[in-house]
Design a protein around this ligand. Sequence first.
Ligand code: PMT
Length: 396
Amino acid sequence: MELKGKRIALGITGGIAAYKAAELVRLLIKQGASVQVAMTDAAMRFVTPLTFQALTGRHVFTDPWDVQSGNGMAHINLSRESDLLLIAPASADTLAKIAHGIADTLLTTLTLARNCPLLVAPAMNREMWGNPATQRNIATLRADGVGILGPASGEQACGEIGEGRMLEPEDILEAVIAHFQPKRLAGRKVLLTAGPTFEALDPVRGITNLSSGKMGFAIARAARDAGAEVTLVCGPVSQPTPSGITRVDVTSAQDMYQAVMQRIGAQDVFIGVAAVADYRPAAAAEHKIKKEDGAPPTITLVRTPDILAEVAALPAAPLCVGFAAESRNLAEYAERKRRSKKIPLIVGNLIQDGFGGDSNAVTLFDDRGETPLPPGSKIELARALVERIALLLGNA
Ligand code: PMT
């Protein structure tokens, strides 16, 4: 429920992507937002107000002269009752009108009269998007403080391929959630590791663990939403890459170490969320190990580099945060790891809580002692951790 209590006015304009606005409304409501829809005449050529009335349980405003609004001033009331005005899809025509302060529909009038932030998700043919007139309008809107979401690139309804597609509803939802987050890490660079590593035994087998990457990806999202520039170095996971994050895929602990060390110089914060293998086979067999009669093969293991400890020991080390997953004695083992790696903050979790699922229960260990956080979803915990990191950086 990342939008609990938020009131969103959703403007829908004319474009084939208008059908996706129905899914967007559903996603916003599922996250706890209340949604009030306003549509242009052109939007109603593609989808009907009835669809949105059914989805939101509210009257849909379409007409500047609508008498449903108590004082007959829907164009004023709608933004006064909203925390955000979102226009998705936003046609070239409506964007041009907003850029020039034209108020000839209910939606453009309410946009001009608003006193809440405005986000727009453009959707149009690639030539319309690339046209200098549209680009001038977009530049004007940006300069006026309007958030521009997308557009995406790809196959268009007209059959052409290029930039101009509306972002998918899930991506717009993420941008709306990000909009409401305090920008506690603005201007900061954060590098984090996530997921397991895979240490090869032969071309098809190896040593790994059950980390899904979910905790690390949630922290990457939370740091991005807090305004940081985020680089995520991750082992083999199947998580989709959150937009706006630089992802570096690696396999082994040695690959992860190199990827981190190449990039660490420019970072303000390093967070080790990955479940990095502590040992790897001394040598990986060139060919598949065959089953033979007699004694089973012996595997000799050697230590991998301790990425977190090495980053923390750098002369100009960034703020370092570690994780500890334990099956018992959490406080004792986590604190021991924090001291041995010489880091200010470690996040302890039990393996049965942390690995794989969408939720977790964590305790923060620092010089002041231990602070258990209320159990919650990984994204909720990630936002709480980002808040603590901002405090340590002095960016509360
Ligand atoms: O990915 P999920 O399924 O969402 O699960 C999340 C998680 C349980 C993996 C995560 O919350 C977590 O606890 N990660 C750390 C796992 C762990 O046990 O780490 P460790 O005790 O082996 O290492 C301690 C710290 O040193 C960690 O920050 C680790 O990233 C780092 N480390 C460890 C070994 C090594 N060679 N290099 C390292 O940087």
